[in-house]
Design a protein around this ligand. Structure first.
Ligand SMILES: NC(=O)c1ccc[n+]([C@@H]2O[C@H](COP(=O)([O-])OP(=O)(O)OC[C@H]3O[C@@H](n4cnc5c(N)ncnc54)[C@H](OP(=O)(O)O)[C@@H]3O)[C@@H](O)[C@H]2O)c1
Length: 375
């Protein structure tokens, strides 16, 4: 086994420190990869800032990071899909639990149902943008307790239904648009007008500006003669409002206070709670599946007849969706150019030392970009 270094989080709020880390042989259903690029998600810096207030399971010291792309170093005895030397991307589902299954280190163990080979046409930094966005949208769209749509296919059968993805240029949104299309849906989305071209390239048939005062009525007009398959809400709560995603701060009054005083972005028309209310209103007034899969925890009022449920983006590790997406769909879709790595990587540095700076870039907010560090 080679030696390993990891970016360790030793306490809530502590800066990441680069220190040696243990390395295990892969279990029968795992592979070990040498990471070449890792991507940053809001949950990474939120975990650092909030520690166990956010995730009670965090035990210090631990290593964070969910998005990894690299080269296969060792293969568990039950894994048949790849061999040593292959290039793969994967969801590092052990973030915050020790170091073995987290991305922010030199070597990471990945589960057999959470990785996909990368074709030569896709670089490691492009591939690293995929895993958490893909996993979160896959849980939303395919899990039986969420939107329960048919598993993705490179040649989907049209369902005759429209899926609404709120915040289509976000990392979750870019993946959700493509998986919605791969499920056979007509997909519509919201984003800033500068991102219309991107979301159309990903397969959205219509894009709406979530900051326009008429976005709700515009979408409802489009949906007048259509049946909805439900909606995925990946609207953004930044900084302090991130807290409202999780059960540690539950009260609605406090939520509203935080949003009002804490973050101007979150009270812009198309973001945070305002966006959530708009999605719920649209779904309540449209025909079809009145279900919203939410990327953030939402505990406010829901219109009669509408169901809203939180997506746990790593849940596919333990159900049939993981293999349906990472083994049965993504390898072929990437190889045939039917799934695009999006949003575009924004490489902010090289080496584990650059991850702390990368958190700060992500925290300031990005538009249609995924913050990436090369290793
Ligand atoms: N439940 C889960 O398992 C799970 C997993 C992943 C993410 N999430 C949550 O889902 C949400 C989206 O995550 P993500 O990684 O997809 O986000 P992201 O890619 O960082 O989101 C960027 C998008 O949000 C808008 N945006 C950018 N900066 C902003 C700011 N300062 N304030 C408000 N909006 C801003 C932009 O829209 P335009 O450029 O089009 O204007 C951009 O498309 C986050 O709240 C995240 O915590 C949950």
């Amino acid at each position: 086994m080679p030696s390993n270094q990891a970016a360790w989080l030793t306490a809530k709020g502590a800066p990441l420190s680069i220190e040696p880390a243990p390395l295990l042989d892969p279990a029968p259903n795992q592979i070990l990869i040498k990471n070449h690029a890792v991507a940053i998600n809001p949950v990474d810096w939120a975990s650092q800032n909030m520690g166990q207030d956010l995730f009670p399971f965090l035990k210090f010291p631990c290593t964070l990071g969910l998005d990894a792309a690299g080269e296969v170093i060792a293969v568990g005895s039950a894994v048949t899909r790849v061999k040593v030397g292959d290039r793969v991307l994967g969801l590092a589902s052990g973030s915050g639990r020790g170091n073995q299954g987290a991305a922010f280190q030199e070597y990471t163990l990945l589960a057999d149902n959470l990785f996909s080979p990368i074709p030569d046409s896709i670089s490691f930094e492009e591939a690293s943008v995929i895993p958490l966005g893909l996993s979160t949208s896959a849980c939303a769209i395919f899990q039986k307790d969420l939107l329960a749509l048919p598993h993705p296919s490179v040649d989907p059968k049209p369902l005759g239904k429209t899926l609404l993805i709120w915040s289509g240029a976000s990392s979750v949104g870019c993946n959700a648009i493509q998986l919605g299309v791969a499920a056979g849906c007509d997909v519509i989305t919201t984003c800033s007008p500068k991102n219309y071209e991107l979301v159309r390239k990903l397969g959205a048939s219509q894009a709406f500006d979530y900051n326009s005062g008429t976005v709700v009525s515009d979408i409802l007009t489009y949906l007048e003669d259509k049946t909805i398959a439900g909606a995925v809400g990946s609207m953004f709560y930044t900084h302090y409002p991130y807290r409202i995603e999780f059960p540690s701060i539950k009260t609605w009054v406090l939520t509203k206070k935080i949003l009002t005083v804490g973050n101007v972005n979150a009270i812009r028309a198309g973001h945070g709670l305002n966006a959530t209310k708009m999605v719920l209103e649209i779904v309540s007034k449209a025909k079809g599946n009145k279900f919203v899969a939410m990327a953030m925890r939402y505990e406010g009022p829901v219109p009669d007849g509408v169901e809203s449920k939180f997506i746990l983006g790593s849940a596919l590790a333990d159900n049939e969706v993981g293999a349906a997406v990472y083994a049965d769909y993504l390898p072929q879709a990437l190889a045939e150019g039917k799934f695009i790595a999006a949003p575009e990587p924004l490489v902010v540095g090289k080496g584990l030392e650059s991850i702390q700076k990368a958190f700060e870039v992500q925290m300031k907010g990005v538009s249609a970009k995924k913050v990436v560090v090369l290793l």
